[in-house]
Write a protein that binds this ligand. Sequence first.
Ligand SMILES: NC(=O)c1ccc[n+]([C@@H]2O[C@H](COP(=O)([O-])OP(=O)(O)OC[C@H]3O[C@@H](n4cnc5c(N)ncnc54)[C@H](OP(=O)(O)O)[C@@H]3O)[C@@H](O)[C@H]2O)c1
Length: 324
Amino acid sequence: MTKTAAVTGATGFLGTHLCERLLEDGWDVRGLSRPNSDRGRLAPRDVEWHVGDLFDEPTLRSLVDGADAVFHLAGIGLWNADPDAVERVNRDGTANVVSACRGATVGRLVFTSTAGTRRPPEEGVVADETDVAEPIGAYQKGKAAAEELVDRYAADGGDAVTVHPTSVFGPGDDSFTAQLLTMGLERTMPAHLPGGLSIVGVDDVVDGLVLAYEEGEPGEHYILGGENLTYEQAVSRIASHADGSPARIQVPATAIHAAGPVAETVGAVTNRHVFPFSRGMARLATSRLFYSSRKAHEELGYEYEPLEAHLPETLEWYRTTVRG
Ligand SMILES: NC(=O)c1ccc[n+]([C@@H]2O[C@H](COP(=O)([O-])OP(=O)(O)OC[C@H]3O[C@@H](n4cnc5c(N)ncnc54)[C@H](OP(=O)(O)O)[C@@H]3O)[C@@H](O)[C@H]2O)c1
């Protein structure tokens, strides 16, 4: 029998890839779209659109009712909005999705949080699902509060699983992916950040979302990560894949730490958001935020590919769409 998926955030980077995959696999797909959302590559596809936002309860109810899977991906980061809105959309938007699920007939809720709610307890250690960290910034605060709401829904008998992608890389992402490629490719951009991160291809995260639906245990959390790389490794592998050029110069951690208070002051005075946004986030930008996907591998069968596997398609997108 054909399965039905309800996807919030369907018009975003990850949501677009997820909907394409579900359609290819034969699912009926419902997508949440705001009136002005750009449906992009999904516009010509056979998605049943439910128009409204995360604060429009009747729309959410019709979106999820009767769905076998509810993939809740909608959320916003600090690049896109002020901290109050970021915390509110991530926390209260999730509360509204959970409430819609409680009041309807739904199969499993798969909530997309972030690996950022977990952190290595010390430098040199790889974080897993148990390394719950004090949230830094509005984004992590909103996601951490949302996780509690989803956990409570599962504890009350609802079927819900939470996934924690690390830094998602792939075509269609104007923020992280475009910035990392710019650091690797642009000769006018000689510097990259100290520290490191886990980079995961968008197709691998989509696999992880589907596996979480199929194989996850209710109430459980799964990190969906990729290769753990220093920025230097990531940038030089991109550069050498593209044209064989050497690694760029590293910005010293002290410079980024110094930028934290400056960003805070500029933000307070002008109401504009300047990376790294705050002292706490300046610290994060210079740390090695490495993650283990072992639990997802062992319990869901999750696998990820190295950065190079994702580069051809992503570079093609970057050259034609971002630089083109
Ligand atoms: N990308 C990553 O590296 C990464 C890593 C970890 C976790 N995540 C999480 O994964 C999810 C998807 O991320 P993404 O990179 O695909 O983000 P994205 O491209 O910015 O997409 C966000 C989606 O959320 C929708 N949205 C935002 N506010 C909404 C609201 N009030 N009502 C309804 N829809 C709303 C957006 O709609 P519009 O199209 O109308 O703007 C868009 O469809 C997010 O929850 C994010 O926190 C992402």
